[in-house]
Design a protein around this ligand. Structure first.
Ligand SMILES: NC(=O)c1ccc[n+]([C@@H]2O[C@H](COP(=O)([O-])OP(=O)(O)OC[C@H]3O[C@@H](n4cnc5c(N)ncnc54)[C@H](OP(=O)(O)O)[C@@H]3O)[C@@H](O)[C@H]2O)c1
Length: 231
């Protein structure tokens, strides 16, 4: 049985990943900022015969990440998925109108957040058999993405790509696979209905890619289809 920890699992892509892994019979540690508001996750947990448990973790808060790691002390984690993300809206992150507080918040959650989660949960990952870490990045991180970008979001995702490629190098000797991944343009609260694919399709693709990942993939920026994303 594979064990998986997912951040930001109460909705969107994170929720679909939690649901699909639980339905496949895996052990899922589903984390959310506010378990009190995670009714969908609670329903999954109730139907899972103990295979899915819900845990509090705000990835933007070091004490919260430490507290969750203490709660799961000693639990092997085969696959750690840094999924949590925030999008403050395009109007507050243009060249003409930049909300610097939002920029700092997005950077804290999406660049520093995965880094501090990996710091705290590395012992769990090393205790697992698969030693896989996936961090949700985005196509907008790539220099080849030739569209208007939200500067805060895109720079936070570009930063997390670089952090993950560096960690791939640092952790290679310990057999840890570290992959930043673009999950597709997905119809969630973040992207809205204009996006391309449903969260179910994204989660299925992400799971397939994770299942096939080897140490040779560590440090690659992958799409949910398994293709390499140029950047
Ligand atoms: N949707 C897309 O098209 C798309 C494209 C490229 C990349 N991505 C990335 O894929 C990931 C999932 O996105 P999504 O589309 O599923 O977005 P979503 O529906 O907006 O869900 C985001 C999740 O992140 C959680 N979150 C936000 N701040 C957090 C924090 N400080 N600590 C812990 N959890 C936090 C949210 O929790 P609450 O419920 O507590 O708010 C929510 O569960 C994100 O990293 C996003 O940037 C998405």
């Amino acid at each position: 049985m594979t064990s998986i920890l997912i951040t930001g699992a109460a909705r969107g892509i994170g929720y679909q990943l939690a649901r699909q892994y639980a339905e496949a019979g895996d052990r899922v540690y589903a984390t959310t900022r506010d378990p009190g508001k995670a009714q969908q996750l609670d329903a999954l947990a109730a139907a899972s015969s103990g295979r899915l448990t819900v845990h509090r973790m705000d990835v933007g808060n070091a004490a919260s990440v430490k507290a969750c790691a203490a709660e799961l002390d000693g639990a092997p984690i085969d696959v750690l998925i840094n999924n949590a993300g925030v999008w403050g809206g395009l109007e507050t992150q243009t060249f003409q109108n930049m909300d610097y507080e939002n920029w700092a918040h997005e950077f804290n959650v999406m660049a520093m957040g995965p880094f501090r989660v990996i710091q705290e949960f590395l012992p769990n990952v090393l205790a697992g058999e698969q030693r896989k870490i996936v961090t949700m990045s985005s196509q907008v991180a790539a220099h080849v993405y030739d569209h208007v970008i939200g500067y805060s979001y895109a720079s936070a995702k570009a930063a997390v790509n670089r952090l993950m490629t560096a960690l791939a190098t640092e952790l290679k000797d310990q057999g840890v696979i570290v992959v930043p991944m673009h999950p597709g343009w997905v119809k969630t609260e973040m992207a809205g209905d204009v996006a391309d694919i449903e969260p179910e399709e994204s989660a299925t693709g992400v799971r397939d890619v994770i299942a096939g990942m080897t140490l040779a993939d560590s440090g690659k920026f992958l799409k949910w289809t398994g293709d390499i994303h140029p950047w």
